[in-house]
Design a protein around this ligand. Structure first.
Ligand code: BGC
Length: 339
């Protein structure tokens, strides 16, 4: 009996260590953003319909590799909607929560900050009104599940609001979700993006509740799109015509990037909110020299503008890491974490 009680106590202690992680103190979003520095998206894994469907699974050693390389956080794209009941009460599978827990634990063990998002809820993008009850119910469960998690874990309400998620709908819906998250996570950092795919030019129409001081605002950057998405199958047949486009880092090319980052930096300053570049990257069909030049330039532009940044993505089509060859793609790695 005593032995059983001891094991129970040990088990509870171990679970508490995981749940609270190393950090029970909420950082200000400004500090959190600074600590995030430069990170990487664990893309094409948990936001595939099922992990592995798109050729990659998150292996525990990846988190160590990422931390050892000098990245400070991981953004974890997650397709929660594929693992929740279609009808009320929209229960999220226990097994799926357990899998996300494993990834979070491994990241925290490696002292990486974590951004957990909601990604690729396609039905919500085309019918946000009809799906909003389910969207909220899924978020309610995520919030409760991670309510005791380390404060090094942040939530991101939705990746790239788009299609039918208009300014009007988004500005009404996301604060309602946020309010519910706050019941179980009063001071956790929550990341919120702009419509039209986290568009920097849509920052102006994003309304952020004044009273909530634990928010980071996010944008994504893939400009020039014809360069970063050349040959990208999901960007349509047209994208084959963009093959061969280079990015040389001419003054004209650079000043166009600078102008966009000036917008983000100015918006953050004017609104007193930290800004996070949650995705940027150039697909593998572009030449590696152009990709590395662009990646370095965008990373530097983000950092100089006071933004944190996460490269899209770790080990798939944009991959900074080659999981088959088990090695970093050096030019990209240096562009991201080099001097
Ligand atoms: C999407 C990915 C896509 C990437 C670049 C992400 O937000 O989820 O599917 O590869 O953007 O287009």
């Amino acid at each position: 009996m005593r032995k059983q009680l001891t094991s129970l106590a040990l088990w509870i202690a171990a679970s508490c260590i995981f749940l609270t992680g190393q950090n029970t103190e909420a950082a200000s979003p400004e500090e959190f953003n600074q600590k995030m520095a430069v990170g990487v998206n664990l893309g094409n894994c948990l936001e595939a319909p099922n992990e592995g469907d798109w050729g990659l699974k998150i292996e525990p050693e990846y988190l160590k590799l990422i931390a050892d390389a000098g990245f400070k956080h991981v953004r974890v794209p997650i397709r929660w909607s594929a693992h929740a009941l279609k009808e009320a009460p929209y229960t999220v599978e226990v097994k799926f929560f357990e899998r996300v827990d494993e990834v979070v634990k491994e990241a925290l063990n490696n002292k990486l900050l974590v951004v957990l998002n909601m990604h690729h809820y396609g039905e919500f993008e085309v019918a946000p009104d009809a799906q909003q009850t389910r969207f909220k119910a899924i978020w309610h469960q995520i919030a409760e599940h991670f309510s005791k998690a380390s404060k090094d874990v942040a939530f991101e309400i939705y990746n790239e609001p788009c299609k039918e998620i208009t300014d009007e709908r988004w500005n009404k819906l996301y604060p309602e979700v946020l309010q519910d998250i706050r019941k179980s996570n009063p001071d956790r950092v929550v990341v919120v993006g702009t419509v039209k795919y986290d568009n920097v030019h849509k920052l102006e129409s994003l309304q952020v509740p004044d009273s909530d001081r634990h928010i980071i605002v996010t944008v994504h950057y893939y400009e020039p799109f014809h360069f970063t998405h050349q040959g990208a199958e999901w960007a349509g047949a047209e994208s084959a015509k963009w093959l061969g486009i280079t990015w040389k880092g001419t003054d004209v090319e650079k000043s166009s990037v600078d102008a966009d980052f000036d917008i983000a930096a100015k918006w953050g300053k004017d609104h007193n909110r930290p800004v996070y570049l949650g995705e940027f990257g150039a697909y593998s069909k572009a030449d590696i020299d152009s990709r590395a030049r662009w990646t370095r330039y965008v990373r530097e532009a983000a950092v100089q503008s006071g933004l944190s940044a996460a490269y899209w993505e770790f080990g798939s089509g944009f991959g900074v890491y080659d999981p088959q060859g088990k090695k970093w793609r050096e030019p990209l790695l240096h562009a991201l974490v080099g001097k």
